[in-house]
Design a protein around this ligand. Structure first.
Ligand code: NBP
Length: 477
C-alpha cells in the first residue's frame, strides 16, 4: 500500500482531480469501471506524478495507505450507490469514502448514516469549477465527520484553489450532508447570477440598442469594478465571439433555449420545504424552463406588446450605468437569499455552518467566484449572527444608493416589454422586507373567512377567529 489517495471514476472530473493530487506530490491510486480509461490516464499523464493503476476494486483498495481515502467521481445517483456497495465491504473502520459528485444532500445523509454503522467515514464533498477547476484548483465543500476532515482536509487544502489572500478554497462545512447542501445552494446562486447577467445583456441590447460587441466592452468595464467576477468575465468573452460560419455574433446563432441539469431546481425545491424565500433563484430556474417551451412561445407571438419608442442614443450610456446598479443590487439580494437558505439548512439539520467560511471558500475555483465574496465574508466575520446580508451596514448602504436606478431600469424594461424577472423578483424582495405593513394581514383575514384558520392581532397576544357567517364578532380561538 503506497498511495495516499485513490480516485475511482475517471471521466473528465475524476481524471483531472487525480492529476491535481499527483501534481501536488501525492501518490494516487486510479481506478475506473471500464479499465481502458485507467490505462489511458496513466499513458497520457503518467509523467505528471506517481499513479498506481488498479484494474480491480480489490487491487485499488489494496493500493491505499490506511486510513484509506477513496474519492468517488462517478455519475450522481445510482452509480454512486453501486460504487459504494462495491467498495464498502473491502474497507475497514476508519477508512473514508469521499463522494465528489453532485449528489443530493439527502442521499448523502442516507449514505453517511449507513456507512457510519460500519465504521466507515462518508464525506459528501461538493466540487465546483468544472473540469478546469478539478485540474488546477477547485472550490471544495466537504461535509462529514470532523475526524475525517482531519485526515483529508490538508490534502484538499493543497489541491484546492487559493483565494487572492492565499487561503485555500476549502473548509470543513459540517456533518453528513452539509457539504452537498452548500454545493447545491452554490449552484442555485450560480443560476441566479447567470440570469441577472442575461437580463442586463438583454436590456442593454433591446432597450438601449447596443450591439453584442459593445455590450462585451461594457461587461469588461464592469469587471474592473465591484462586479469583478468569473461569470462577468466569461460573459464578455461569449458576447465578443463571432460565429465563423456566418460572421454573425455567436450569441445570435445559438438557440435561445436554456438547459439545466437539476441542481438549481433542487435548491428551489428544498427552499420550499424549508420555507425560505429564494425568489431570485426560483425565477432563474423558471426562466430557463420558460425559454425551453418553444410551442408556448410560438403560440404567443401574436400577443400585443407596448407601443413606447426605444430610448434615444443619448440615453444609452446613462442607461448602462443604471443597469450596473440594478445588476449589483439584484446580486446582493440573490446572495442574501442563498445565505438565508444555508442558514436555514444548518438550523434544520444541526450543521453549525460558518457562513463566513462558505463565502471565503467560494472566492476562488468555483463558478461564482467574485471579488464581492470577500465583502460577504467580512460581513459574517464582523457579525456571525447577521440575520440577513441586507442587515450588513455596507450592503444596506450600497443597495440604498442603487435603488433609484434599479427602479428606473425596471420601469424602462416594463415600458419596453422586456422581461426582467430576476431584477423584478429581487426588488420585490427588497421592498417587501423593508415594508412597514404587508398585505399578509389581508391574506390572514381571507384564510380565517373561508377556513376558520384564525389570526393573531397586532395589538395584543392570543389567537382569534371572527364569526364571519354569524354576527362577525371576534372570539378567542
Ligand atoms: P459523469 O458524470 O459523466 O460520469 C462518468 C463516470 O461514472 C465514468 O467514470 C463511468 O464509468 C462512471 N460510472 C457510471 Br456512468 N456508472 C457507473 C457504475 N454503475 N459503476 C461504476 N462507475 C460508473 O462524469 P463527470 O462529468 O466527470 O462527473 C463526475 C461527477 O462530478 C458527477 O457526479 C458530476 O455531477 C460531478 N461534477 C461534474 C462537473 C462537471 O463540470 N462535469 C462539475 C462538478 C461536479 P465508465 O467509464 O466505466 O462508464
Amino acid at each position: 500500500a503506497s498511495a495516499q489517495i485513490g480516485v475511482t471514476g475517471l471521466a473528465v472530473m475524476g481524471r483531472n482531480l487525480a492529476r491535481n493530487f499527483a501534481r501536488n506530490g501525492y501518490t494516487v491510486a486510479v481506478h475506473n469501471r471500464t479499465a481502458a480509461r485507467t490505462r489511458a490516464l496513466v499513458e497520457e499523464f503518467g509523467q505528471e506524478g506517481d499513479f498506481v493503476a488498479a484494474e480491480s476494486a480489490e487491487d485499488f483498495v489494496a493500493a491505499l495507505e490506511r486510513p484509506r481515502r477513496l474519492v468517488v467521481m462517478v455519475k450522481a445517483g445510482e452509480p454512486t450507490d453501486a460504487v459504494i456497495e462495491e467498495f464498502a465491504p473491502l474497507l475497514e473502520p476508519g477508512d473514508m469514502i469521499v463522494d465528489g459528485g453532485n449528489a443530493h444532500f439527502a442521499d448523502t445523509r442516507r449514505r453517511e448514516r449507513a456507512l457510519r454503522e460500519r465504521g466507515v467515514h462518508f464525506v459528501g464533498a461538493g466540487v465546483s469549477g468544472g473540469e478546469e477547476g478539478a485540474l488546477n484548483g477547485p472550490s471544495i465543500m466537504p461535509g462529514g465527520s470532523q475526524e475525517s476532515y482531519e485526515a483529508l482536509g490538508p490534502m484538499l487544502e493543497k489541491i484546492s484553489a487559493k483565494a487572492a489572500d492565499g487561503s485555500p478554497c476549502t473548509a470543513h462545512i459540517g456533518p453528513d450532508g452539509a457539504g452537498h447542501f452548500v454545493k447545491m445552494v452554490h449552484n442555485g446562486i450560480e443560476y441566479a447570477d447567470m440570469q441577472l447577467i442575461a437580463e442586463a445583456y438583454q436590456l442593454l441590447r433591446e432597450v438601449a440598442g447596443h450591439s453584442p460587441a459593445e455590450i462585451a466592452d461594457i461587461f469588461r468595464t464592469w469587471n474592473t469594478g465591484r462586479l469583478d467576477s468569473y461569470l462577468i468575465e466569461i460573459t464578455a468573452e461569449v458576447l465578443a465571439h463571432v460565429d465563423s460560419a456566418t460572421g454573425e455574433p455567436f450569441v445570435d446563432v445559438v438557440r435561445d433555449q436554456a438547459e439545466q441539469k437539476g441542481t438549481g431546481r433542487w435548491t428551489v425545491q428544498i427552499a420550499l420545504d424549508l420555507g425560505v424565500p429564494v425568489s431570485g433563484i426560483a425565477e432563474a430556474v423558471f426562466a430557463r424552463s420558460l425559454s425551453g417551451h418553444r410551442e408556448l412561445r410560438d403560440a404567443s407571438r401574436g400577443l400585443a406588446g407596448p407601443t413606447a419608442e426605444p430610448l434615444g442614443k443619448a440615453d444609452a450610456a446613462a442607461f448602462a450605468d443604471q443597469v450596473e446598479q440594478a445588476l449589483y443590487a439584484s446580486k446582493i439580494v440573490s446572495y442574501t437569499q442563498g445565505f438565508h437558505q444555508i442558514a436555514a439548512g444548518s438550523e434544520e439539520y444541526d450543521w453549525n455552518i460558518d457562513l463566513g467560511a462558505v463565502a471565503s471558500i467560494w472566492r476562488g475555483g468555483c463558478i461564482i467566484r467574485a471579488a464581492f465574496l470577500d465583502r460577504i465574508r467580512a460581513a459574517y466575520d464582523a457579525r456571525s449572527d447577521l440575520p440577513s446580508l441586507l442587515a450588513d451596514e455596507g450592503f444596506a448602504r450600497e443597495i440604498g444608493e442603487a435603488q433609484d436606478d434599479w427602479r428606473a431600469v425596471l420601469v424602462a424594461a416594463t415600458r419596453q416589454g422586456e422581461p426582467a424577472p430576476g431584477f423584478a423578483a429581487a426588488l420585490a424582495y427588497y421592498d417587501a422586507l423593508r415594508a412597514d405593513r404587508l398585505p399578509a394581514a389581508l391574506t390572514q383575514g381571507q384564510r380565517d373567512y373561508f377556513g376558520a384558520h384564525t389570526y393573531r392581532r397586532a395589538d395584543r397576544e392570543g389567537t382569534f377567529h371572527t364569526l364571519w357567517g354569524g354576527d362577525r364578532s371576534e372570539v378567542p380561538a
